[in-house]
Design a protein around this ligand. Sequence first.
Ligand SMILES: *Cc1c(COP(=O)(O)O)cnc(C)c1O
Length: 343
Amino acid sequence: MTGPFDSLAAPAVRIAEVPTPVERFDVFGTATTSFWVKRDDLTHPLYGGNKVRKLERIFATAKALGRTRIVTVGALGSHHVLATTVHGTRAGFAVEAALVAQPVTDHVIENLRASLAQGLVAHPCRTWSGVPWAVLRRLGRDALYVPPGGSNVDGALGYVDAARELAAQIRGGLLPEPDLVYVTLGSGGTAAGIGAGFDLEGLRSKVVAVGVASPPFAVQWSLRRLYRQVAKRVGVATTSASFERRFDVDWSQFGAGYGHATPACEAAIREAHTSGLELDATYTGKTFAAARARVSVGDATSILFWHTLSASPRAPLLASAPSIEDLRSRPKLGPLLPTSRRT
Ligand SMILES: *Cc1c(COP(=O)(O)O)cnc(C)c1O
């Protein structure tokens, strides 16, 4: 199925400040392996990271279909919900989300307060089983449903755009064609889009998708499905052999599961910080740790880490945000925010 617009033209809604830089970090490489970072932490000064490119394609479809409301889903502290709220309201949409309870950390509370300050209409759910009802109740002819993580075909198409941008930077001599591209595998749209984009551009770089979300079999299935769908959308034929050639799925950093840091991840966060890169414990710290471990193996001449976390300061998003006490006093949200916080 083709969409309401040309999937290879630039997105009709432009939010990201592109091209994002590619930078070489000699401190993370060796004499025989160069280490590069694709700075998608810098996609937008107000709120960056990987969700911005996904949302450009999603919002373009919403506009083409005449929808004025976005209905989405995420955990309480979801980056996707925050990004959708920040950029969706600015693109003229009303943004609503079913928000599901998760272990409450300071980071989770901050994202939730920022989302509400930016205009999110929240529909709190105690468990994921409550989500379908919360979403169905809010759907209508004026609404577009966006799945968790923004990982539908449109979202993945945003990363086909990104892969094509990297290919142009390679052709322009800004970096060599990487042997390995390390990217976080959450809901899969980012990795799927990059893989299909590399196919389209004829790059030979292997996409190493570092698994951080559960359950692993479902995550892997979702990556395969999205890769197949988005490749078809841009006119690239795929088989399971082409998937195997293009991707390695790496679960070495999964540890105790989604949102649980590992010692290697914590070390990676500290190491990157000293070179001016901010990582997080759920997604990018694990991927960076895997990429650094691969440098030590010494089997690649060039490794690229695709940064996906927003580097933007939180303070501007938190101006006039509700206090935690205010959130605790709300009848449906309060019970999801126990007083003893894990940090
Ligand atoms: C959402 C997210 C990811 C995962 O991207 P998917 O497309 O869901 O696989 C990676 N890193 C960060 C910081 C994210 O917020």
